[in-house]
Design a binder for this molecule. Sequence first.
Ligand code: XIL
Length: 376
Amino acid sequence: MKPILSAPVLLAVAATMLLVRAQAPVTLKEAYRGAFLIGAAVNAAQFTGQDARGSALVKTHFNSITPENVLKWENIHPRLDTYAFDLPDKYVAFGEENQMLIVGHCLVWHNQIPGEVFRDARGNLVKRKVLLKRMRDHIHMVVGRYKGRIKSWDVVNEALNDDGTLRQTLWLRIIGPDYIAKAFKCAHEADPHAELTYNDYSLENEPKRNGAIALVERLKARGIPITSVGLQGHDNLAWPSADEEDRTIRAFAELGVNVIISELDVDVLPTELTEGSADVNAHVNADPSLNPYVSGLPDGVQQTLARRYAELFGVFLRHHEVVRRVTLWGVTDGDSWRNDWPVKGRTNYPLLFDRKGQPKLAFEAVIGASAGRPAN
Ligand code: XIL
C-alpha cells in the first residue's frame, strides 16, 4: 500500500513544524494573550528611551505599564502648590504610543509623600477638613489630568497592618478610617470609568488577608466603587505557598472584585523580615552573609527560581477569569528595587531578564507555564 504521505512530504512537514516552533511568538504578552495582561513597572530611563535596551524589552514583552516612582505624590506634587507633570506626561505618552494599559500608582499612601501635606505653616498637624481637601484636590488634579488615558489606579496603597487592622498613618490619624472610602469616591468622580484598586503586600498571610476582606466588604456595602484588589507579590522562593496564593485569589474573587498581581518579584536572597513584607521603611544592616551571589546566581538556584515562577504563573492562570493583569516590579535584575531593599547594595535576581537584558531560565519557565492558557 502506498503511504499517505511520502518521505519528502513528511520531511517538509517536520521542517515546517520546526520553523514554526522557532518562530513561535516567545514574548510574555503573546504567551498570555487571552488570559491576562503582562505588565512591568517602568522607570524614567525606560519610558524616555534613555535606557534603549530596557525600553525595547518593555515594548516587546509587556502590554501594560506601571510607573515605578514618577506618579507618587512626592514626585508629581512635590510642594503643596507645585505639580511636576513632565515625566508623568512622558510616561503616559509612552504607554499610548505602544498601545499599553497604563496604570496609575498611587494616590493615597503614607510613603513617598512630602511631610508638609499633613501640616500647617507652623508645623502642626492640619485638621480633618484641610487634609480631606488636600487629598481631594490631589486626586482630582492627577486623575483628572489623565482621565480616560490612565485606566487603572492604585487608589489606596498599604493601609493595613500585618494583623489586619488599619495602619496608624497620618491619613488615619487626621481624617479617620473613612479616608479610604473618600479616596475611592474622589477617584471615581474624577474618572468614572477607571478601574480602582486597593493595593497591598502580604495579603496571602491570613490575618492581613482577613483585614483586607473586611475592608473590601465594608466599602462594597457602602456602595464605594472599588473594582479590584492588588496583591503586590513581593515573594520569595518559599513564600507564599501555591496554596496560599490560590486561597487568596479565590477569597477576593468571591467578594466580586478583580485581582491584580501588581508588583511581582521573587527574592532569592536570605532575609530576616516577616514573610512577604514589602514595608519600604524596613532596613536590615548589610552583611556579606546576606549577599551570597555577588558573582552570579548558581545554576541550582536559577532552576529553583524558574520552577517557582512557573508555579506562581500556574496559579494565576487557573484564576485567569478574575486575574486581570500580572505586573512585574521592574524589567531586568539590575533595575530591581530588591537590590537595595531591605538590605542596601546587594546583588539580587528577582525578575525574568538578567543584568544584560537576556531572558533567564525563569523567563522560559513563565513562557512554558502559559501552555495551559485559554484559547484566544
Ligand atoms: C518602591 C520602588 O521600587 C523604589 O524605587 C522606591 O525607592 C521605593 O518604592 N510597594 C509599592 C511600591 O507599592 O511603590 C514600592 O516601590 C515597593 C513596595
